[in-house]
Design a protein around this ligand. Structure first.
Ligand SMILES: [Fe+2]
Ligand SMILES: [Fe+2]
Ligand SMILES: [Zn+2]
Length: 172
């Protein structure tokens, strides 16, 4: 029998017989996916000045990374790379939308980041971008004033680490 699940990180819903190992929208791990009727999803957070500055930076990072991946999905010279970068681009766009909701912004301008035609160059740049994102999210989580903001930054550290492993495997 199928059930209605909801990811408490991005708020998106999932219909299935069991919860997915990772949210198909934002990549959050299974412990954040619960039955929709009991999902504590909250984007209405009172932000301290420090949390606000970190969330604003996170939004920029995700817009930039999602633009890079969308570019790479089009330009990279490897068929599997195209699929990988398209998937990552959609997930980073979902991350941008989490921060957009926290900041109560209606819409945000897309990024104009460039990419490469050589697949290995895109994998290297993916590795560098994910490393920077992880380091930033880890610091932001440790210093977060609001528990919901800490929860989001913690979940994002895990998700971006999964992304890092995808490029690491392919750069071996
Ligand atoms: Fe992300
Ligand atoms: Fe990522
Ligand atoms: Zn999610």
């Amino acid at each position: 029998m199928v059930k209605l699940y909801r990811c408490i990180i991005c708020g998106e819903a999932y219909i299935g017989a069991s919860p997915p190992a990772n949210c198909p929208f934002c990549g959050a791990h299974i412990e954040y996916i619960v039955e929709a009727k009991e999902a504590p999803v909250n984007f209405d957070v009172e932000l301290s000045a420090k949390d606000r500055a970190n969330v604003e930076h996170a939004l920029k990072v995700e817009i930039s990374n999602s633009a890079f991946y969308a570019c790479a999905a089009n330009q990279t010279n490897n068929p599997e790379g195209k699929i990988l970068f398209k998937a990552l681009g959609k997930i980073e766009a979902e991350h941008a939308s989490i921060w957009r909701k926290i900041l109560k912004l209606g819409s945000v301008a897309p990024g104009g980041d460039a990419c490469h035609t050589e697949n290995v160059e895109n994998l290297k740049e993916s590795h560098a971008r994910e490393t920077r994102a992880i380091n930033f999210y880890r610091k932001a989580a440790a210093g977060a004033d609001h528990p919901r903001i800490r929860q989001l930054f913690d979940a994002l550290v895990e998700i971006e680490t999964d992304h890092l492993h995808l490029s690491e495997e392919r750069l071996k």
